[in-house]
Design a protein around this ligand. Structure first.
Ligand SMILES: Nc1nc2c(ncn2[C@@H]2O[C@H](COP(=O)(O)OP(=O)(O)OP(=O)(O)O)[C@@H](O)[C@H]2O)c(=O)[nH]1
Ligand SMILES: [Mg+2]
Length: 337
């Protein structure tokens, strides 16, 4: 009798213990994800201005337009601009000039004056902004407003810079392209062709992304260091488990969006660090926005800004956080952040 009573008590205690432990785990899991989650910082007032060189060679500052302005019509782009190219740039004086030269040749040929380049200088310390403005005037001899420099007062990370740039374009389409010129710029034509097929005549939201998946066994990838390739495969595995299975190359720095896709994705993007590409694609998939992966030409360029050890750990952590934050509804895809 006494023994049975003791056994019952033990059972009750054990169940209580189990229930408390499970609740404790859930609450602490939620708290950890909450604490590690991100919210993009609001732009400072001066970051809502761009700098450009006018026809007399003087520097002018003007207010940036906002991509959310206007109706749902995909044709409501400003000033007839077809393509806006956003270049996230951090200390890029050594690499950006050849990227810009390649891009400008293609843009002038394919769309005469209906393009703009927006350099988002993410708090560089090497004078990237001034360097680009000088190139625009002296080397490329561009018109006022064709090359715009937005200077962020404080470093945000590549995701933050791309978000800020794309939210302030004039074009019908917005491309983000790395400053190192690793992707062949003329491949933008193939991305535009692909996005046009997806968006249809109504200009439904659509995304076309550059892909290097066809290059895995080529020199460009094989000749990278062992540790770099190991980390790359590790990240791919993690993206497969926690992120996205339908896309082969999530990380290529050459992605094109139409205006409606920018409006549906970028106001909701939380991640400012390197793994932001995955959140962009997750948002597109959650919103049933079609994505086409287009094979592009790509080559390794020296001078990467990635700190392999530190950034790989942060990318892995942020990837888990993104997935868990959507599951726990800490991140919402219908609430601007
Ligand atoms: N906004 C912003 N951009 C950055 C930052 N670090 C790098 N970038 C930009 O991100 C782009 C890609 O940088 P890379 O250093 O080439 O890195 P990656 O392409 O991922 O790595 P690689 O494959 O080695 O080239 C470039 O346009 C950089 O200027 C940063 O802290 N903030
Ligand atoms: Mg690069």
């Amino acid at each position: 009798m006494i023994f049975n009573g003791f056994k019952q008590l033990q059972n009750v205690d054990f169940k209580e213990f189990l229930a408390t432990a499970v609740i404790g785990l859930i609450v602490s899991g939620y708290l950890i994800v909450y604490l590690l989650s991100h919210a993009p910082r609001l732009p400072f007032d001066e970051e809502l201005e761009y700098q450009t060189i006018n026809g007399k060679g003087s520097l002018v500052k003007k207010r940036l337009p906002n991509v959310s302005r206007g109706g749902k019509d995909n044709n409501d782009h400003d000033d007839g601009i077809i393509l806006s190219v956003v270049v996230p740039s951090y200390n890029e004086t050594k690499r950006i000039s050849s990227m810009l030269a390649d891009a400008i040749v293609v843009l002038q040929k394919e769309m005469t004056h209906k393009w703009e380049i927006i350099i988002v200088d993410d708090g560089s310390k090497d004078g990237t902004s001034e360097y680009c403005l000088n190139l625009a005037e002296k080397v490329f001899q561009l018109q006022e407003g064709q090359l715009r420099v937005v200077k962020l007062s404080k470093n945000r990370g590549k995701g933050g810079a791309v978000r800020h740039g794309l939210l302030h374009i004039r074009g019908k389409y917005g491309l983000f392209a790395d400053a190192d010129g690793a992707s062949r710029f003329s491949d933008v034509n193939r991305l535009i062709g692909s996005i046009k097929r997806l968006e249809g005549p109504q200009g439904k939201p659509a995304v076309a992304i550059g892909s290097r998946a066809h290059m895995v066994n080529t020199d460009a990838v094989v000749k990278r260091s062992f540790i770099r390739n190991l980390l790359m495969y590790g990240l791919h595995a993690l993206v497969f488990v926690f992120g996205i299975r339908s896309i082969k190359d999530t990380q290529c720095g050459f992605k094109l969006f139409n205006r409606n896709a920018i409006r549906s994705i970028f106001p909701y993007l939380h991640t400012e660090g390197w793994i932001f590409d995955v959140e962009i694609l997750m948002l597109a998939l959650r919103k049933n926005i079609p994505i086409s992966e287009v094979a592009i030409s790509w080559h390794e360029v020296d001078g990467s800004k990635m700190d392999l050890a530190r950034d790989s750990i942060n990318m892995a952590k942020d990837l888990v956080v993104i997935r868990m934050a959507y599951i726990l509804r800490i991140y919402k895809d219908n609430k601007e952040c």
